[in-house]
Structure formats: C-alpha cells, structure tokens
Design a protein around this ligand. Structure first.
Ligand code: HSE
Length: 446
C-alpha cells in the first residue's frame, strides 16, 4: 500500500472533535475507499486533551503545525477570520493542501486565498463550509458542470431553520430555542451570525461564485435575518397558505427575459413566504436544503443536516478523501486534472454586476395597521395600483387595540424601488398607525 496520508486538525471544538470521532469510527472504511492509510499526526489545541490518542502530537502553536513536515493536509476548524487566515496562508505557502469549514473566511478573503493556492499548486477544499453534510459544493462543481445555472434557493442556516421550526410548531420563544441550538453545537461562536443572516450570506456568496463563475462578493449580498419575525406574521402567513422560511437566493436576471428589473445577479438572504406545499416549506429543524434550477437538467433538490458535529465532519472527510486520491497520483501539480476552486478557470471569472437591493424583484407580504375607517383599504390599494403593483391576495382581520385593523396584502413580483415608494406613501396616510411590515415572497422555488 502507498504511504500513509498525514492529517493535522487545527481546532478541537464541535467540528474538530467530530472529525477525530469519524476517523476513529470509520477507519477501516476510509482505508478501503481511499487505498491509503489516513492518520492524524498532529492536533492544534490550546489545552492538552487526555481523550486524544497519545501517539498524536498536541500542540498550541498552530503556525508550526501548518508548516510541519509531519503533515500532508491541514484541516482548519478553528473558525474566525484573523488567525485562521494567517494559518491557512502559511500552510499554502508551505505546500500543504487545506480543508476548511470556514465560510466566513472564504466568503470574505477567498479570492486572495484561492489565488495563493493556485500559485502554490495546492487545493483549498471547503465542502463543510456550506450546508453542513450536504455535498452541495461537489454537486455544483462537478455533477452540474455541464449545466447553465439560472438560480438557486436554499435554507442554508441550520440554527435559523431550527428556531423557525420550533417557534411555529411548538410556539416556543426565540431565545429558548437559540440556547438549545447552541447546546447542540449548531450555532456559530457568535450566534448573531445565525439569526441576523450573516452566516447564510457567507454561504450564499460561495454558492453563487460556483454557480455563476463570479468572484466572491460577500459585501454585495443583501442580508436580513429572522429576529424581526413575529408569531403574528407566522400565523397570518399560515392562514394565507404560506410558511415563513429563511432563504438565500442567487438569481441570474437577464434583460431578454422580459422581466421588469435590471440585468445582473441578485444575491439575497431574507425571511421568505413560500407556499405550504412547496418542498422547501417542509424542510424542518436543523435540516438545510438547496434547490438548483439549471439548464437543461431542471430543478434538483439537495437536503440533509446543515450543522452539527457528524454532518460537518462527514463533509470535511469527503474533501480529505478527494485529496488523498489527488496525492496518490503523484502529479498533483497538474492543474488540468483539478476542478478549479470556484469551478471556473480563474482567468474566466465573469464580471456580471450584482444588483443593488432596490433593483431586485420579488413579491411581498405587507402587514399594514390602520384605523378601521371607511375608505382606508381603498386608499391603500389605490397607492399600490398607481405604482403598478398587482395584488395577489388580501386579508383583513377584525379590529384589535384601539379600533385598529391589521390588513395583510400579498403582491405579485415588483422591483423593490417601486415597493419602497408605495410603502412610503401608505405610511403617510392619516389612518395608518405603524410602520408597514414587509416580508418577501418567493416566486421561484416550488
Ligand atoms: N451555524 C451554522 C448553522 C453551522 O447553523 O447552519 C453550519 O454552518
């Protein structure tokens, strides 16, 4: 048998420990499938762990491990964007292949990291960075390589989906469910990344790059989280036959489509109303799902656990196994044998513009609170019709506090700048008492 492959695992938190456990549990399987012995030679950890095999070197000097002769592949699972970046750059410069679960780092600094990896003829593999255990990076890079991708839509934050599911099914308060998600190892070190949509935006930037062959542009992702979603809106949505999910969208808008908006790419994460019978509406708990619409294949859905030790370790080790095979060829410097990091040849990345929020096109759920006076509904609908906004459904609830009525309106797709103008006018009506609540509607993923 060929020589063993030596791994270093940097970080022994939820994911790092999951990787150690996976290797211990599935050692024979890994060896059988790769034809090589895979051994952990070093782990990077701040405090000595007595549950680690004594033959493995434990070291708190992560930079030293990244350059060690005793290591072929560096697995970075410490997270964060400062030390992790330095370590990965150092490992690449020392000719190591890197496997990382670090979506924040790649979304923010991936262009630089991948360029350095190209220059040093090494791989930076990141299956675990997006949608946990779902092999969506491999699917997009390889299985869909012959397709033109028109759009993708996904539930790509397990914590957010877990929270929304528990709130809806059990009426549990937001904070309680978040604490449970942290205990279960789903949430980010800073859970605001989960609930404010930042984690999903990181993952969307990665998916969009692979889908459309564009550079990583995390700073251009429109990002809204779930903290503003109330049980009231969850219930009204249900009454209208919809469910609210936190979704990420990457959509190619072509001018020749005859659509209202500008040509370019929409990158957006936000709470979204989807019909209750849509597949994505029924992806619950910590599950993630990504729906990809490509030509000529059509729509395909990929679903599984999006967070947690086992799911993420599975993705990390899938990348390791790929690299083990590359290392086995003895010619891993030959780029033509590799799928490029973003699935497109680096010199062929596209400069298609990313649309600004006000250029994006979606339907809307609007909740307007107004005094129950004659003509109020007519005033609101006239403003919408003057703006060319087509109403799809309308629901008025009985008056509650101080004679105010909540009016719920669903619209057909409209360019956001039009909707902004219409909402500003509605909020100026004397009978309207509060800011209008708006949640986007999905017209793509069924
Ligand atoms: N905090 C992330 C989530 C972990 O909840 O999806 C996986 O990336």
């Amino acid at each position: 048998m060929s020589k063993s492959i030596k791994l270093a695992i940097l970080g022994l938190g939820t994911v790092g420990t999951g990787v150690v456990n996976l290797i211990n549990d599935n050692l024979a399987e890994l060896k059988r499938r790769s034809g090589r012995e895979i051994i952990i030679t070093e782990v990077g950890t701040r405090r000595q762990r007595d549950d680690i095999d004594p033959s493995i070197i434990q070291n708190d000097d992560l930079m030293a491990i990244a350059a060690s002769d005793n290591v072929d592949i560096v697995i970075e699972v410490i997270g964060g964007t400062t030390l992790a970046k330095d370590i990965i750059m150092h490992a690449i410069k020392n000719g190591k292949h890197v496997v990382t679960a670090n979506k924040a780092l790649l979304a923010e600094h991936g262009n630089e990291i991948f360029a350095l990896a190209e220059a040093h003829d090494v791989h930076v593999a990141y299956e675990a960075a997006v949608a946990g255990g779902i092999p969506i990076i491999k699917v997009m890079r390889e299985a869909l390589a012959a397709n033109k991708i028109d759009w993708l839509a996904g539930i790509i934050n397990g914590t957010g989906n877990f929270i929304m599911t528990e709130m809806r099914d059990k009426g549990r308060p937001f904070e309680d469910v978040l604490v449970e998600a942290q205990e279960l190892g789903y949430a980010e070190a800073d859970p605001t990344f989960d609930v404010e949509g930042i984690d999903a935006a990181h993952k969307l930037a990665l998916l969009a790059s692979i889908a459309f062959g564009i550079p990583l542009q995390f700073d251009k992702v429109y990002c809204e989280g779930i903290t503003g979603i109330t049980l009231q809106d969850v219930n009204y949505a249900e009454e209208l036959g919809y469910r609210i999910k936190h979704l990420g969208f990457a959509v190619r808008r072509n001018s020749e489509d005859g659509q209202q908006g500008s040509a370019g790419i929409e990158l957006r994460v936000h709470p979204t109303l989807i019909p209750q019978d849509a597949l994505l509406a029924n992806v619950n708990g910590v599950k993630n799902a990504v729906l990809v619409n490509s030509h000529p294949l059509g729509q395909t859905l990929y679903c599984g656990d999006g967070a947690g030790a086992g799911a993420t370790a599975s993705a990390v080790m899938a990348d390791v196994m790929d690299l083990v095979r590359v290392l086995g060829t003895n010619d891993h410097s030959q780029r033509s044998h590799h799928v490029p990091h973003l699935a497109f040849m680096p010199e062929q990345l596209s400069d298609t513009p990313i649309l600004r929020a006000e250029q994006m096109t979606t339907g809307y759920y609007l909740r307007v609170h107004a005094y129950d006076n004659p003509g109020v509904l007519a005033d609101i609908t006239r403003i919408l019709s003057d703006a060319g906004i087509n109403i799809d459904a309308i629901l008025q609830k009985p008056a509650h506090k101080l004679g105010q009525v909540p009016v719920i309106i669903l619209t057909l797709p409209v360019v956001e700048s039009q909707m902004n103008l219409a909402i500003a006018k509605i909020e100026k009506l004397a009978a309207v008492t509060d800011k209008v609540v708006r949640i986007r509607l999905n017209e793509l993923a069924q």
